[in-house]
Design a protein around this ligand. Structure first.
Ligand code: FES
Length: 111
């Protein structure tokens, strides 16, 4: 099943920044890394629901603004010793347009 929406172009998201897409019952944080990779994760830290979209991106991870857990943007999994994961969402590029699927990837029990 697919449920793709266009959420803008690469240049709509600053490098190392994020924009929030409100979808169904979740906010989804869409991140752009220094290497121009795009990742989408639920805008909710697996620790205490901190807004990951306001965190600091470094490499392919984001540091939660509340208690500094590091969340891997590709998998949504917290970096050890912390435990837990947040849902991730498929992204694809069509030309310079960013397409986001509202159907989360499988693998995170917190979906
Ligand atoms: S809520 Fe994210 S580290 Fe605590």
């Amino acid at each position: 099943m697919s449920d793709w929406i266009e959420i803008g172009t690469l240049n709509d998201i600053p490098k190392l920044g994020a924009r929030v897409v409100t979808a169904k019952e979740n906010d989804i944080a869409v991140f752009r890394t220094a290497e121009d990779k795009i990742f989408a994760v639920k805008d909710e830290c697996p620790h205490k629901q901190g807004p990951l979209s306001q965190g600091i991106v470094h490499g392919n991870k984001v540091a939660c603004p509340l208690h500094d857990w590091k969340i891997q943007l590709d998998s949504g999994v917290a970096v050890a010793p912390d435990e837990g994961c947040t849902a991730t969402y498929p992204i694809k590029m069509e030309g310079d347009k960013i397409m986001l699927s509202l159907v989360p990837n499988e693998g995170c029990p917190n979906n």
